[in-house]
Design a protein around this ligand. Sequence first.
Ligand SMILES: C[S@@+](CC[C@H](N)C(=O)[O-])C[C@H]1O[C@@H](n2cnc3c(N)ncnc32)[C@H](O)[C@@H]1O
Length: 252
Amino acid sequence: MRTKVTYSEWKKAQEWERNFWINDQIKKSKRFKNQIWHLLSLVNLVPEYRGDDWNLWWKEKFDNYSFLPTVIENAIEIGCGPYTNMRLILQQSQIKYVVLNDPLINIYNSFKKTIHSSSSFKGNIISDSHPFEVNPFKYNYFDLVVMINVLDHVQDATICMQEAIDITKLGGIFIFGQDLTNDEDEILLRNLEGDTAHPIKLNHNWVDSWLSNNFKILMKWILPKSEGRNPKAHYGTYIFAGIKIKSRLGNA
Ligand SMILES: C[S@@+](CC[C@H](N)C(=O)[O-])C[C@H]1O[C@@H](n2cnc3c(N)ncnc32)[C@H](O)[C@@H]1O
């Protein structure tokens, strides 16, 4: 297990991520494909937004987010990525104010046909580019906090997990998804892809230590290897949604 990496390792992982998504966008924009997509979306033949980073897969694992209330005041997605899970959550719940956080958000904001570039939500969606280790948000504030497929990309998973839990309001909902890595997977992953893109490796005991005491569980699964996104490399996938019932900071 590895919960923390050096700043230069994190920067390298971010550089990898940035290049990966820029190349994806270059492919997507070839031969007027974005313009064609836009026209098709006007007659409902395709969705409004283009692109998906396993978000539809997570949505299915989270039971289409059907446990969420229909109206939510304040929500944040930490490490939201280019295509976001929030775009699908917004199909289920009406959310008044949304924060999309990601250190690469300024790049993602330039991507076409995504929630970041959409004008429909201007004013109700705030972009935030802080690495979550230096979270700028008030504790016990958000009614919904989403952090899916992020912690193996950050510099310090312990600080990010603590901050994510702390900004969730008492009575608010925390949605968490994470590929799990054991010692055996770690060796295999190193041989398959090296450590550049995913330097942090977490197992279910580490995740349990954060989530088992502070939440009323709405949903908790550890998907077996065979049902994961990358069965070769991860022994399981942690799927969790819970209502925060305890705060180390009191009610403030
Ligand atoms: C694999 S992507 C997943 C994106 C999104 N959660 C999804 O499921 O589509 C991981 C994201 O975490 C972001 N990230 C990396 N370090 C971070 C940090 N310290 N704080 C917040 N986000 C971070 C990356 O920039 C990247 O966009």
